[in-house]
Design a protein around this ligand. Sequence first.
Ligand SMILES: [Zn+2]
Ligand SMILES: [Zn+2]
Length: 116
Amino acid sequence: MTRQDLVPSSCINHPERPSTVRCRRCNVPICNKCKVATAHGVYCTNACSEQMAAYLKKAASLDQPMRKAKGGFMRLLTRLVVLIVVAGAGWYLVKSGMVRAVWGWLMSILRTVRGG
Ligand SMILES: [Zn+2]
Ligand SMILES: [Zn+2]
């Protein structure tokens, strides 16, 4: 049992004051007077805030290339699916004689335009 488990509702620096938040890094309860508010969270000390900022920066830099690789794979997969669908549709059209039908229709229009 640590101190913050025994007195979760009072500030770690001021036992007589109720805590309003917990440090994002070490989770100790702190009062409004002790908290160090930053853009990336609330901390008990500047040291905590700096350590967490460094950790977040490192985590973000580790996370980014992985996300990029995943996005690239998904794009590749999507492209492959589109290619298969297009090839399948093309093959179906050729097989069903649709291409010849459309071609004949176009030629008949051309003849009409030329003749008319
Ligand atoms: Zn802390
Ligand atoms: Zn305090």
